[in-house]
Structure formats: C-alpha cells, structure tokens
Ligand binder design. Sequence first.
Ligand SMILES: *Cc1c(COP(=O)(O)O)cnc(C)c1O
Length: 460
Amino acid sequence: MTTATRSTAEWQSADSRHFLHPFTDFKGLAKKGARIIERAENIYLWDSEGHKILDAMSGLWCVNVGYGQQSLIDAATRQMQELPFYNAFFQTATPPAIELAEVLAEISPPQFQHVFFTSSGSEGNDTVVRMVRRYWDVLGQPARQIIIGRNNGYHGSTMAGASLGGMSGMHAQGGLPIPNISHIEQPHWFELGGTQSREEFGITAARWLEDKILALGPERVAAFIGEPVQGAGGVIVPPSTYWPEIQRICDKYGVLLVSDEVICGFGRTGNWFGCETLGSKPDLMTFAKGVSSGYIPLGGVMVGERVAKVLIEQGGEFNHGFTYSGHPTACAVALANIKLLREQDVVRKVREDLGPYLAQRFAELNEHPLVGETQSCGMMAAVQLVKDKAARQCFDGALEVGMMCRAHCFANGLIMRAVGDRMIVAPPLVMTRAQIDEMMALIKRCLDLTLAQLKELGQL
Ligand SMILES: *Cc1c(COP(=O)(O)O)cnc(C)c1O
C-alpha cells in the first residue's frame, strides 16, 4: 500500500534499503538520498518537499503530451475493466492491439505496414537483432550476421541493446558487446569535425560506414542501426548531409537500415518519425517512449515491407515474442495518445512553431561565455559548455562542469540533463511559447550560476 504520509527522510531510508535504481552508484545515492517525486501536472513535477520543478526532460524523453491527460487515463481504466490482459501467442488477438497496429501503419512512412510489439525500446532492439539475422537466414545468406552501430549511440540496456549501443561504460560490464556487433565513430562535428565544415564532415562521418562495411566484407554485414538524432549521447544533431549519405551506402551494399526512433518518434523532431526529418528511408524502426507518452510501458518495431514480405512468405515460425507483445491496456493508452497528438495537431506545431522558436531561443545562448555550441532539432536541444569558445576547448573532465550545472538546475526548479559537459533538454511537445520562455530564463540563470562558480574556483 502506498501512503503519501511518510516524510522525505522516511521515503529515502526505505528507498536505499530496498530499491536498486537503474544506472546508479547505489552507495553514493544511499549517502545522499533520492529526490522523491510525488505528483505532476502538465510540464511540472512536485517533490516530497513541495518544490515545483519544470520537467524539461519529459520524464525520460517520453511524456510528450505532458502529465495529467485525462483521455489516456480513461483509456487505461476502460480497457482494464473490459480486458486488462490477453496474449497474442496462440492465434489470438485483442482489439486495441489490432487497432494500434493499423494506426501505426497509417502514421509511419509508406514502406511500413507491419508492427511487432514489445514493452520497451531495449526489447525492440533485441527484436531487431533477431529479425535482421532471421531475414538474411531465410534469404540464404546466413553469413550476413554483423550489425554496425556507433560509438556513443544508445539502444537500450538488454544484452543486445547495450551491445548495439556504443557506451564504453556499459560494454565494460557483463562481457559486451555480444558477437557480431561492430561500431563506427559518431557524427559529432563539435568533437570530431576538425577544420571541415559541418556539411563536409557529415559526408566524412557517413563514409566511415562504407569503410567499415568494406573492411568486414559486405557479404557479412546485415544491418546498420542509428538514432536519427543521438539522444542519450547528448542530443547530437548530425549534419544535414549525413543520413542521405548513410542511405546511399546501405543501398549500395544491400545492408538493412534500422532507425532507432525510441526518442525521435511520435513528433519529437517535428515529423511523426525522425527519419522523415533527417532524410532516410529505413527498413526497420524501433519505437517506445513517446508511443504511449510514458503513461504505460510499450515499445515495438515497425517492419518494412522488404523484411516483412520475406518473413511472412518464406519465414515459417518466427521463434520470438514476449508475454506482453500487444498488451491490450498498453495499446489502448497508445491509441488515446496518438489520437490526442492528431486532434491537437501537435506534430505540425512542433515543426512549424515550437521547434523553430526553441531553436531561436537556444541560439541566443551562444552569446553566453560558457557556451561553445548550441544545437536543436524539433523539441530537443543541447548546450555544449566550454572553457574556450574560439578554440572549442573543453573543461577538464574531472571538474564535472555538467554535473555542477545540473546541480544548479535542480536547486532552481528545473530538470535538465548533463551528458558530460553537454546540457540537454527534451521538453513535452505540448508546451506553450510562454513556458519555453520560462524554461529559457531558468537555463540562463543556471548557466550564470555555473559561470560564477567556475570563476570562484579559479577555472576561468
Ligand atoms: C531509451 C532508449 C532505448 C531503450 O528503451 P527502454 O524502454 O529504456 O528499454 C533505446 N533506444 C533509444 C534511442 C533510447 O533513447
């Protein structure tokens, strides 16, 4: 039973005695105590001390329609009363799962007519690995096993998801990556662009894929996977030349293209899917997070006709699936979420109004002495903190300037994430311009406080 009557200290003590948090130094957190979030409305959270916090990360990149949307709550209630769960294993299906599959085919690019459901993005990417390898097996090319991902890409935390991703800290634990996963360098102009223009660098970075395919042997390469815009890696928006060149290379060698749309999907970039904004035509798309605005766990893989046709017509039984593949309550919530996005014309508003406005307000931060670069795409944006703007010189990593800035955000009622010294936001898509202004004022204040602290420390 949950009781909201405990004090913060009591919650923290029970938390550290029993709850192992994801991606957390358990001992460090126990010493500090977790921040207890008790309720939320629209774009604001309230903690157990009564502080109001502007959630500029949409929970974890997922609460795209904001908190407290009654139509999603009603959809879950109604479905739980009627049929909370039934599986889809033994030649059965439920109306919400069928209807959601239909709606997803409608809003996805035209090559997608089929979906495989999971409960998370990680499971979606595990499904991608199984499906891609099965595809090449069925086609009589079992040597096509290798999937190429990118350094600093994020594809989840299951064995296959973490392997596809390029987070060195994750690979260092648990014997990862699994076999037949390979990585290329990320299209991060600020760090790797040298003296090239952004557009030139986009082509250079895409050609790293061609180099890798040739080094491995094209007959062994099954697929390439990437996020249209890297999210957890620090909201790294690739040059506009990057994805079209990646597409050209995949086409040239017959390599399947997988777009991980877990963050970029469902309107985040100003189109239903990030591949539409960044310019690729993938064979598979992983989704999760925004599909249900995080109100309930749901994920999946959109399967393009190139792959679907082979698996359906020649594949026989596909030996893969989850108890909750097509969970009716999760699907009902997703249907309500997509209905709301459509009725309120949210995706177009992000593309034509809110996204451009966020970009303009972030560009203004370039005048700040700490800011080396700003980037944005739809409703996601990043600020790179630097020691020396002109020289693109970063701070000593040991200083943890990003964490310093994040602490000021926390203390000033703003949730902003730090990825190294890159400060990032991905706020709800239903924000008003006035709320963007409110967020920008908080960001500006926290940059000023970080600057003052660095001066005090003699670092500037
Ligand atoms: C969050 C995320 C995942 C993993 O999703 P989970 O639901 O946490 O398993 C995969 N890919 C990307 C791009 C993500 O941001």
